[in-house]
Design a protein. Structure first.
Ligand code: GLU
Length: 481
């Protein structure tokens, strides 16, 4: 029986679940789902100042919102420090690590020398093979040692990466890394290896900014005679201009995407396609993604983040979403939106019913929930409506005159439904020779304050008879008979 797959997502707070982290989490989750395994969550909270409860909660909230689920209780790295120390001590006892008493001044000198010779700093191994008596003497002088790994001096360390292929480092370029600091605190490199080992992680899927760490970590696995998990280093996300993703490009936390009105299923779909592909298919349900996801189809070149594409995928999901569900999301986004004071005081059950009735027309025109909210403004607007410039232009003397023609015709409609309303407007068009569009435009301006909106007959129907006629009357000019 083959070992079940265990992946993990190992974010370091603070802050939020940023886009790159969200994609890493998603890939780990999809991979585990694909092969019937588990995805674990490990919070790398060793930076105590930054790892506040709020910072950790933001990551958990982000994952929940995105719909990426982990198995078991999250592991907190900081709480495992004693175990990390135990492993460092075990390596020491096995002769795979040693106490190093190099002082900060000595390390500074090594750093200076390296800089003068334009090469990266490497610890020169000066305590690696010192006799025990020297160490005892240093300890007697009150020096506190660090524990360093006795890394191989010759040969190579290589990682068989599922995305990058075989990557090899000359061991002479990798120095004896610190495992345990002189204050007894484990280093990040040690903690990651011990945690991944103890958690039974079989696949490490993470950003390729960790590739060099993979070499160091491999040496620790080897020193412990532990199996090295399968690594997969995925190229980082770049902006549309090819530069590393920055805030300017959209490197925001997922909560920002939530506030901008993206749907989690759309972001999930979009993120899955950032680096992974299945032919040229763009739209995947979550089940489809989990059935198809594979590391073999993750590309080696950086994926480019493209807002326009995310928007279009989001628009697709919005059109697919049931109206009542969209209403719930409308309210969710509204809660974080600066315009809530405009909407909330009027958002009662009557208004919710109107919103639901308008939803089919609104969702056709919106690519995000924010656009949906914006498109719904007219429902909440109070008379007399503020008109934008384009609407104002429609309501010139000719436009107002057409409204005055429409007013009695619409007033005579008994069954206030889109079909009957359309028939009434067509009747005016036929009777007066005015083109339908020439009637619809001022009507739209009067009813919504804008030059674009859902279908005008739907707008009339949703607003209802009294409100519609009053809005038209507000703008209609007097006709001379
Ligand atoms: N905590 C690291 C990060 O947030 C990830 C560590 C790992 O995946 O090994 O970048």
């Amino acid at each position: 029986m083959s070992t079940p797959i265990v992946t993990r997502f190992a974010p370091s707070p603070p802050g939020s679940l940023h886009l790159g982290g969200a994609r890493t989490a998603l890939f780990n989750w999809l991979y585990a789902r694909r092969f019937g395994g588990k995805m674990l969550l490990r919070i790398e909270d060793t930076d105590r100042e930054r790892s506040t409860d709020a910072a950790i909660q933001a990551i958990i909230d982000g994952l929940h919102w995105l719909g990426v689920h982990w198995d078991e209780e999250p592991v907190h790295q900081f709480a495992r420090a004693a175990r990390h120390r135990e492993v460092a001590e075990a390596m020491l006892a096995a002769g795979r690590a040693y106490h190093c008493f190099a002082t900060p001044q000595e390390l500074d000198e090594m750093r200076e020398k390296a800089r003068a010779e334009s090469r990266p700093m490497r610890y020169d191994g000066r305590w690696r093979d010192r006799p025990d008596a020297d160490r005892a003497a240093a300890a007697a002088r009150g020096l506190k040692p660090v524990i360093r790994l006795k890394a191989p001096l010759e040969g190579e360390t290589s990682v068989d990466d599922a995305v990058q292929g075989k990557v090899t480092w000359a061991n002479k370029d990798l120095d004896d890394l610190v495992l345990l600091r002189s204050d007894g605190n484990p280093t990040y490199m040690l903690a990651v290896v011990v945690d991944d080992h103890d958690m039974g992680v079989t696949h490490i899927i993470r950003g390729d900014d960790h590739l060099t760490n993979a070499a160091r970590q491999t040496q620790i696995y080897q020193a412990m005679d532990w199996a090295v998990p399968q690594m997969a280093h995925i190229p980082l996300i770049h902006g549309p201009d090819g530069a590393k993703l920055s805030k300017r490009h959209g490197a925001l936390g997922v909560e920002a995407y939530r506030a901008m009105g993206y749907l989690p299923e759309a972001l999930r779909n979009y993120l899955a396609r950032l680096g992974w592909s299945h032919g040229d298919q763009e739209i995947f349900s979550t089940d489809e993604m989990s059935a198809l996801f594979d590391l073999k189809s993750v590309g080696r070149s950086p994926a480019r983040f493209d807002f326009a594409k995310l928007e279009s995928i989001n628009g697709h999901y919005m059109r697919q979403t049931a109206d009542a569900d969209l209403l719930a999301r409308f309210e969710d986004v509204l809660a974080t939106h600066p315009e809530k004071d405009f909407f909330l005081p009027r958002l009662d059950d009557t208004m919710r019913a109107k919103l639901l009735a308008a939803m089919p027309g609104l969702k056709e025109r919106a690519k995000t929930i924010l656009e949906l909210i914006d498109g719904a403004r007219f429902l909440f607007a109070q008379r007399p409506l503020a008109l934008d410039d384009k609407a104002q232009a429609q309501l010139d003397a000719a436009g107002r005159e057409r409204l005055a023609l429409l007013l009695p015709a619409l007033g005579a409609v008994e069954d206030w439904q889109a079909g009957a309303l359309e028939a009434a407007v067509r009747g005016v068009s036929e009777a007066t020779g005015a083109k339908l569009g020439h009637l619809a435009q001022p009507l739209r301006a009067a009813l919504t304050g804008r030059a674009t909106s859902p279908g005008i007959f739907d707008v009339l129907a949703v607003l209802g008879r009294d409100e519609s006629l009053a809005r038209i009357a507000d703008q209609a000019g007097s006709t001379k008979s």
